[in-house]
Design a protein around this ligand. Structure first.
Ligand code: SAM
Ligand code: SF4
Length: 348
């Protein structure tokens, strides 16, 4: 393929068997993302409004409840668990939860336990995460410029994230940097973010902004199509599509000059629903089987009603059987958020 060929690969390799639960369209669901808190120490402009109202503690699952619920999913065949938020590392008891969940890695019931973090507290925890069996982390970083970082996160200190990245690398964790592509704020910086990541052996994954939850800004004017970004990059670098074996929503290219990989997650310009293998659990115990739809199953009340896991199991089975075929994201002038909940509630 020519390096200037920016056509998007729509073909997808055959999905290997993954997870025992199957939805109504024959997709195997083996991946659970759990938001362990809606709280965060940052306020990224595309994610949260400046004055977010957070959930009362009583509504949020305890560490015991999170552990129990994850155990039920694992019993049903979940093979991969990603902990996210909000910011997972600000959640009280988070490392205890990781420690408890790591028993499923030891028994072989779980293939992977991982997290998505903003990195501000990673320096403190990277070594313990590695000790507990975490092998990979996704760290969100949208800019390398300290003042842009402060503005985009409404007050964050990029030095903390840099220290977190160093600690993760020193602990032997594989790092993927997640960058939300923003037309005004980081388009020009994407090559620099890429070389920064690749020089450290990290993947860089670009994400299009998704219309989730009310925020203070209009997302429309920040929307940047990754098709355009890839075209820009391909004018200066040799990008070769890689066949996707990760089953995630990203399509990867190798950058020949750096030897690194760059991923593109394009929920709006391309559909990634046909091989979707994941469901999401909020910190209040609500199961969402599609990121871009408002479908919801309350598992917390079942969990709190009885020590018996059977009703929870049945509710999970029923929700997965009814998983929608595709999301309904659109971004355009005058379009409100496609779903009312914020990414920080659902877990990105
Ligand atoms: N706080 C952690 C972090 O920032 O990595 C984990 C939670 S955060 C909600 C997970 C990911 O969602 C981040 O990479 C963030 O950039 C992304 N995200 C948040 N709001 C988004 C939106 N509206 N569109 C696209 N990505 C979004
Ligand atoms: Fe917090 Fe992550 Fe949302 Fe930023 S993207 S406000 S770090 S939850």
């Amino acid at each position: 393929m020519s390096p200037y060929d920016v056509s998007w690969p729509h073909d997808r390799p055959e999905a290997p068997p993954f997870g025992r639960l199957t939805d109504g369209f024959g997709r195997r669901i083996g991946y659970l993302r759990v938001s362990v808190t809606d709280r965060c120490d940052l306020r990224c402009v595309y994610c949260m409004s400046e004055h977010m109202r957070f959930l009362p503690k009583a509504e949020v699952l305890t560490v015991d409840e999170l552990d129990r619920l994850c155990g039920v999913f694992i019993g049903l065949g979940t093979r991969k668990l990603r902990l996210t938020g909000g910011e997972p590392l600000v959640r009280k008891g988070f490392m205890e939860l990781v420690e408890r969940l790591s028993r499923h890695l030891e028994t072989g019931a779980l293939d992977e336990l991982t997290l998505t973090t903003n990195g501000t507290r990673l320096a403190e925890h990277a070594a313990d995460l590695a000790r507990l069996g975490v092998r990979r982390v996704n760290v969100s970083l949208d800019t390398l410029d300290p003042s842009t970082f402060r503005r985009l996160t409404r007050g964050g200190d990029i030095a903390q994230v840099m220290a977190g990245l160093d600690a993760a690398a020193a602990a032997g964790l594989k790092v993927k940097i997640n960058t939300v592509a923003l037309a005004r704020d980081n388009r020009a910086e994407i090559p620099e973010l890429m070389t920064f990541a690749h020089a450290r052996g990290f993947d860089l994954v670009l994400i299009e902004t998704m219309p989730m939850g009310e925020i203070d800004e209009d997302r429309t004017d920040q929307f940047l199509s990754l098709r355009d970004v890839r075209q820009d990059l391909a004018a200066a670098w040799t990008l070769t599509w890689l066949s996707d074996t990760t089953l995630g929503p990203a399509r990867y290219s190798r950058v020949e000059e750096t030897g690194g990989r760059i991923g593109f997650i394009t929920p709006l310009s391309h559909t990634f629903c046909d091989t979707c293998n994941r469901v999401r659990l909020t910190c209040t115990g609500t199961l969402h089987t599609c990121l871009g739809r408002d479908d919801a199953t309350d598992l917390r009340s079942l969990l709190r009603a009885s020590a018996d896991d059977a009703p929870v199991r049945e509710a999970i089975r029923a929700a997965i059987a009814a998983k929608p075929l595709a999301h309904d994201f659109r971004i355009g002038v005058g379009e409100g958020p496609a779903v009312r909940r914020h990414m920080s509630t659902t877990g990105g």
